[in-house]
Design a protein around this ligand. Structure first.
Ligand SMILES: NC(=O)c1ccc[n+]([C@@H]2O[C@H](COP(=O)([O-])OP(=O)(O)OC[C@H]3O[C@@H](n4cnc5c(N)ncnc54)[C@H](O)[C@@H]3O)[C@@H](O)[C@H]2O)c1
Length: 355
């Protein structure tokens, strides 16, 4: 039984509490928040203990999930790792590469597991696309795009003094909202080599960007576009579009909208592509009203099932003494891409290579 503690009792923490409560082989022991009333409220709701300090929580658990503002992830995670506890940290892993690397190093040197939430990687639709792109079913890859045209009000940014700040949010629509889809498109396409970008603060009173456009070069020679926003009312369903020589796939929200492959070309292995076509995954019709019901406009509309699957995998990784499906090291990739986009924009759209 892996005993979990949840650190930070804000908007996202209930996903982690629910998961730890409901997964076989896991239990929720208690919670901690710098605001004791928030921890007390959660503790009452879940019938667990509200700890008065992080060290007290750490002394009673095997693992923590880190749900504090993004720029504090490494600080909290490193304390847990140094206490010999496994760490599952919310996205992004942290807001600077130095802090993120320090967390990875602390977990590795203390021999504890580190996972970072990227819950959409646990969606069947996304895994189908990843596998098809990587096993050659779509043919040589040409282009991979991520469009995250979301909407957040000024009240959202004003709801927490860390939101929309460089220090604790690390940026705006890309590092907070877009990071999921940037992680997925780079995973599906096989890694990013370089970016050229323009970002703007256009519609909110915040320090960071609320519109971003980037041209992407992938390691395999394909190209693509990343567009992120929290400025576009009413908030559109996010979209991944992948084009290979044999065909195209579009995933919108968590639905496969288009999966169209030239079977003849694929079966004959034209253009130097890979393997026989996989069966087309089931398609779901798009309901335009859904776009405004989901996280594209509502920060509280989240997909709990995928969090549960990721916490379950992390729990099994601890028990089976293996790496989790989404490691801390993997989470460095989307962070590097986002930081390179910011740097490119600062340099007037210069081409920035990802180290
Ligand atoms: N995976 C997702 O879909 C998803 C969705 C929302 C948020 N998040 C991530 O979760 C993290 C938290 O976001 P949120 O929206 O829940 O924020 P929030 O502001 O609603 O909650 C953060 C909580 O952390 C507490 N806190 C601050 N510093 C602390 C510390 N040092 N120790 C303990 N508690 C502390 C605050 O009091 C607050 O209750 C962010 O990194 C965010 O990017 C992920």
């Amino acid at each position: 039984m892996i005993r979990y503690g949840v650190v930070g009792c804000g908007a996202i923490h209930a996903m982690h509490c629910d998961a730890a409560k409901n997964i076989d082989g896991a239990d929720l022991i208690g919670v901690y928040d710098v605001i004791p009333e928030k921890a007390a409220k959660t503790a009452e709701r879940y019938g667990v203990r509200a700890f008065a300090s992080l060290s007290e929580l750490l002394s009673e658990v095997d693992a923590i999930t880190v749900c504090v503002p993004s720029g504090l992830h490494a600080e909290v995670g490193i304390r847990a790792a140094n206490a010999g506890k496994h760490v599952l940290v919310e996205k992004p892993i942290d807001v600077t590469l130095a802090k993120a690397m320090a967390l990875v190093d602390a977990c590795e040197s203390n021999g504890v597991r580190l996972g970072t939430i990227s819950q959409h990687r646990f969606s069947e639709q996304i895994r189908n696309l990843h596998d098809a792109a990587q096993n050659g079913s779509l043919g040589p890859l040409l282009q991979g795009d991520a469009y995250i045209k979301w909407y957040r009000t000024q009240a959202y940014y004003d709801s927490g003094d860390w939101r929309g700040t460089w220090e604790l949010d690390g940026g705006g629509c890309l590092i907070n909202q877009g990071v999921h889809y940037i992680d997925m498109i780079q995973w599906i396409m096989g890694g990013v080599k370089a970016v050229q970008a323009q970002v703007r603060t256009a519609a909110h009173q915040i320090e960071v960007e609320d519109i971003a456009n980037a041209l992407i070069e992938y390691k395999n020679g394909a190209i693509g576009v990343i567009q992120g926003s929290t400025s576009f009312y009413p908030g559109l369903a996010e979209r991944l579009e992948v084009h290979g020589r044999y065909g195209s796939v579009i995933i919108e929200g968590d639905r496969t909208k288009l999966w169209k492959v030239d079977q003849v070309a694929a079966n004959e292995g034209l253009y130097g592509g890979g393997v026989q076509m996989q069966p087309t995954p089931s398609l779901h019709m798009h309901d335009p009203e859904e776009a405004v019901q989901n996280a594209s406009s509502d920060p509280t509309a989240l997909w709990g099932e995928q969090h549960r699957l990721q916490v379950e995998d992390f729990t099994k990784a601890i028990v089976e003494d293996r790496e989790p499906f989404m490691t801390g090291r993997m989470a460095l990739e989307p962070l590097k891409i986002i930081l390179a986009i910011y740097e490119s924009s600062r340099q007037g759209g210069a081409r920035i290579e990802i180290a």
